[in-house]
Design a protein around this ligand. Structure first.
Ligand code: NOJ
Length: 446
């Protein structure tokens, strides 16, 4: 049986949440609207019309929720700062009550012995900035720099651990190309400008933190998924390779100073290449992060499909292939997770790797006050074993953060998809620790 102590005594065991998914209080104490407040209020954008307005009410219940995180045995608490609480219009005036909220949250963490890890951007751009072009605007860099500077100067004395962006691939693809997430924009032009601005913001955020926060430990996070060709046909292999460039390499490689992946004759990225070549941005896209956060939720099987615009590739779902999957339909494959950890570490083996999120949605059943989520427990056991094996094989793995403390607002899935270790009744806000939460508690004692 794997024990938490097998990972070493300095291993960072954390649990993660995000402002728009947990806080609620969407228009309280001077907070401005974010793109998620606006997007979710449009018809049909989220399951059953779920909105982040109240979410888990964390804004008011944070003390109790931090106690829960501590009771489950976690040592690190990862949360994000809502840009719209700090700067309601995204730029310009700051908002004192919003700034005060995170001071209280941080102080409470420190008081309880939970090490805070702050995510600066977890997908909730101020709506006021979206009106000006949002992530597609070249002004984004200036706006984001201001936000980072304010946060670093406010909290930098107390908080040393910082994450610049959460899954830039997630918010640029879903939000700016496919229209499935806020702000709901479509098309290649929107996507490519958002990618480029996010890449620059990611590095610039790192530089600002480095200059403002003494002894900072700075990272950023990337989603990653192994791409498996559906067959051995050359066309499927090439399709999987294109998906790999897009979903795995597009953000990490420029961050590491390698520039965008562009040499593989992948037409979709040509524009991006010209973009950066002309502006000689390769240096500015690079930052020497102290750690790389990786988040792996599924492996993808991919086949060639000529009809799909730009990428000519399509996923063959786990349900169709009848392989194990979560209630999200995401393939469960711990070996693939192990390979992705090794692959991301191989870019620079000296760099620290943190699994900055890991978790799963399974259908939970609350019976007599008990949630016996055996699938989730099994999932964590298998994925932690895979992480342990990667560490054992030499990966500089420094931490694992479970996603997520409690059921919360799961973006376009509304409140249907529950990833929490703690069940939340969204009518009463009653919290019930799931068996997976109890499992973590005993694992972290081991
Ligand atoms: C990654 C995102 O960072 C997080 O916000 C989301 O809830 C999980 N994936 C699960 O979909």
């Amino acid at each position: 049986m794997l024990k938490s102590s097998d990972f070493g005594s300095d291993f960072l065991w954390g649990v993660a949440i995000a402002a728009p998914q947990n806080e609620g209080a969407y228009n309280v104490d001077g907070k401005g609207l974010s793109i998620w407040d606006t997007f979710a209020s449009r018809n049909g954008k989220t399951k059953e019309g779920g909105k982040p307005t109240q979410a888990c009410d964390f804004y008011y219940r944070y003390k109790d929720d931090l106690l829960l995180a501590k009771a489950l045995g976690f040592k690190v608490f990862r949360f994000s700062i809502a840009w719209t609480r700090i700067l309601p219009e995204g730029v310009g005036r700051t908002n004192k009550p919003g700034i005060a909220f995170y001071h209280k949250l941080i102080d409470e963490c420190l008081e309880l012995g939970l090490t805070p890890f702050i995510t600066l951007y977890h997908w909730d751009l101020p709506q006021a900035l979206e009106k000006e072009g949002g992530w597609t605007s070249h002004l984004l860099l200036k706006w984001f720099s201001r936000f980072v500077t304010v946060c670093a100067q406010e909290y930098g004395d107390k908080v040393k651990n910082w994450i610049v962006l959460n899954e830039p691939m997630g918010f640029t693809t879903l939000g700016y190309m496919l229209g499935k997430h806020a702000p709901g924009r479509l098309g290649l032009d929107n996507f490519l400008s958002a990618v480029h601005n996010a890449t620059l913001a990611q590095a610039e955020g790192g530089r600002i933190l480095r200059s403002e926060v003494a002894k900072a430990y700075i990272g950023t996070t990337f989603s990653c998924s192994e791409m498996m060709p559906y067959t051995n046909k050359e066309t499927d292999i090439a399709a999987a390779n294109r998906m790999d460039i897009l979903l795995n390499r597009l953000f990490i490689e420029p961050a590491l100073g390698m520039g965008y992946p562009h040499k593989e004759g992948f037409a979709l990225l040509d524009k991006l290449h010209l973009h950066t070549k002309a502006w000689k941005y390769t240096e500015r896209m690079k930052f020497d992060f102290d750690f790389i956060g990786i988040q792996n939720y599924f492996a993808l099987t991919v086949k060639h499909n000529a009809i799909i615009p730009y990428i000519q590739a399509i996923e063959v779902s786990a349900t169709k292939r009848k392989v194990p999957h979560t209630a999200m339909g995401w393939e469960i494959n711990a070996d693939s997770f192990n390979r992705m950890i090794k692959r991301f570490s191989a870019y620079n083996p000296a760099k620290d790797i943190i699994i900055s999120e890991g978790g799963a949605y399974f259908k939970d059943h609350l019976v007599n006050g008990v949630i016996n989520d055996a699938h989730r427990i099994q999932y964590f056991q298998d994925y932690l074993k895979a992480a342990y094996n990667a560490k054992h094989d030499g990966v500089n793995l420094k931490g694992y953060f479970a996603w997520t403390l409690m059921d919360n607002f799961e973006w376009s899935e509304g409140y249907k998809a529950r990833f929490g270790l703690v069940h939340v009744d969204f009518k009463t806000q009653l919290r019930t620790i799931k068996n997976s939460g109890y499992w973590w508690r005993s694992f972290l004692k081991s």
